[in-house]
Design a protein around this ligand. Sequence first.
Ligand code: GLN
Ligand code: ZN
Length: 760
Amino acid sequence: MAYTHNLGYPRVGARRELKAALEAHWKGQLSAFDLEEAAREIRTANWRRQSGLDLVPVGDFSLYDQVLDMSFALGNVPERAEACQGTVLDRYFRVARGRTAGDAAGVAAGEMTKWFDTNYHYIVPEFTSGTEFTLHPQRILEQVDEARDAGVSAKPVLIGPMTYLWLGKEKDGSDKWGLLDRLLPVYVELLGLLAGRGVGWVQMDEPVLVTDLEPRQRDMFAGAYAALSGRGVRLLLTTFFGGLGENLDLALGLPVDGVHVDAVRGREELPAVVDRLPKGKVLSVGIIDGRNIWKTDLAAALDVLEPLDARLGDRLWIAPSCSLLHVPVDLDLETDMDGEIRSWLAFAAQKLDELRLLGRALDRGRAAVAGELAANAKALAGRRSSTRVHDPIVKARLDAIEPSWGNRRSPYPVRSALHRRRFGLPLYPTTTIGSFPQTAEIRTARRQYRAGELKREAYVQAMQDQIRRVVSAQEDLGLDVLVHGEAERNDMVEYFGEQLRGYVFSGFGWVQSYGSRCVKPPIIFGDISRLGPMTVEWITFAQSLTDKPMKGMLTGPVTILNWSFVRDDQPRSRTCLQLALAVRDEVLDLEKAGIGIIQIDEAALREGLPLRTSQWREYLDWAVGAYRIAANGVRDETQIHTHMCYSEFNDIIAAIADMDADVITIETSRSGMELLDVFDSFSYPNEIGPGVYDIHSPNVPEAQAMVDLLRKAARHIPPERLWVNPDCGLKTRQWGEVLPSLSAMVAAAKTMRTSTVIDV
Ligand code: GLN
Ligand code: ZN
């Protein structure tokens, strides 16, 4: 009997009910009681969707973030939130968001960062040498009771102690690993309480086991689990987002009752796992991809599972590879989606149907589910042979790529001399990152155009009016390199995806990004090519309004790839190269149309880095290679910019330099240019625009503060290679903030020009 279970279910609700409830609560329009009620309804619906599984996760639901829930359960709440008046829920939202409904002052929100290599962001636990833990088990116990009352066979989910520590950050330079001994008794106490509730199995999430662990951390694992074992519940140690690699024996050897492995990303490792699994231990095989939206090849999955079933018997469990938090909720809502493409997909609810089906096939044989297997095979065969997936022209273009396509014709010094002559820019040239405020007016025009309420002509008119406004504002401000403002873009990936063959968009394919915030990643299903020029009409119109250089604005292939659901029938690198060719076509069209400066944003290049450093080289090689194909086909006279929304690239600086962009703009203001220290040990060869003010804040920066930052930057980078720009695009800001901020920025650049002497 193969045992079926799930690791976690999306909690936003099929129609983002949680988002609506949270935001109403924060606005003071929904009481805490009603918010909890809405949450209860979502949990109930989720459990219903998971019925028929042998074990259902409980405690995976969260009002904001499961890591923050764990911090509260462990009594690890930052003092600044403890000090505030109010209920536990108020304190919870204070840490999550800095304030709660009706807060006058607020406190600093907890830092947010990415959950492993996903686009989910968690609230970073904060530690000091004085951190003490005390158990606050109410939330998890209530959910266990609630599940029991609903007749659910509950498996509480906890973040394991090692992963919890790994995720957090020391605020005082102390060593967080020293806290393990204080942490374990609280886990022990919690396990005891769960045992008292009659809980059989507890899921201990330890995804850090798929990362590079230090020897000391590996040693601590053994000690930690020795302390947790034998507490009246059985422990399922769950690992996901990759194979275990050199941590395999460590994971299998821990004193737990079962181990879950990611058999999608760690498929090749599975035979070794089975061989080395200690007698008596359960093996949970994560056979359904929890990170992507494709139907599982059920026959292929059974080919893997059947021998395991024969060997392990009831010690074999099956599950999705990881929590389904990272996929949309329910494909059945996608009634407007192209039927053929929809037949290739599975969202969270459908993935559980697949799981139940695999369970039945293992128990009763394939013949018992022959109809379902045949339907699955038919859908997959359709996808494999579809002419909408496979475009021979794209394939031929890919095969014809020559390595020289990734290279500029001349090296940077030659190019920069040409650029100086062509653009005649002053020292410390000023520019922005691309977008200007997205006003209600702009959004309305876009929405009406989409809905067919606004004719093409009227829409173009509305966008051109915006471009006129943005261009004249920039001229008044005295900026040197202008942008058109991106009014026509809802999103920097979706805008391009909609103009590419090979993309499909869902109506309800929301995935939680953080708190109430969801994203709807577009889906790449087929070979990519442009339907036609994507940006040329807007950029050339903008250029026609001014004598200053207009910067063409594109999203790069790596970022488009990393922010989409991607094909699983070819390597990511190949999909990326297809995107690169499409972007390259656009770059060359812009150049042909007379645009002299083109920016290709690679906001998401860094976040695509694999969890294992041993795999970085390979990723960076193909990612930077694809960017270069996209960017470097231009003449020497054309200036290429790229932009990245971070600057922690000490570890990848060589790869960044290898992109050979003439100018790179990066985020640095929040760190006070500290992040530029890397340029002391690595001499970056081209031009840089370190962001001089933080666009995430409504504050208007002082010119002097920016001068100070620029002076610091000039210590690391020669002044003749420095640009002056904000940290990122301005689309989330108001005009009332943007104008004074940019005016101060231009003033700062002027101050720098008059006070800098260049040795020639
Ligand atoms: N060009 C984009 C903008 O200005 C860049 C956005 C980003 O880097 N996230 O909005
Ligand atoms: Zn940015």
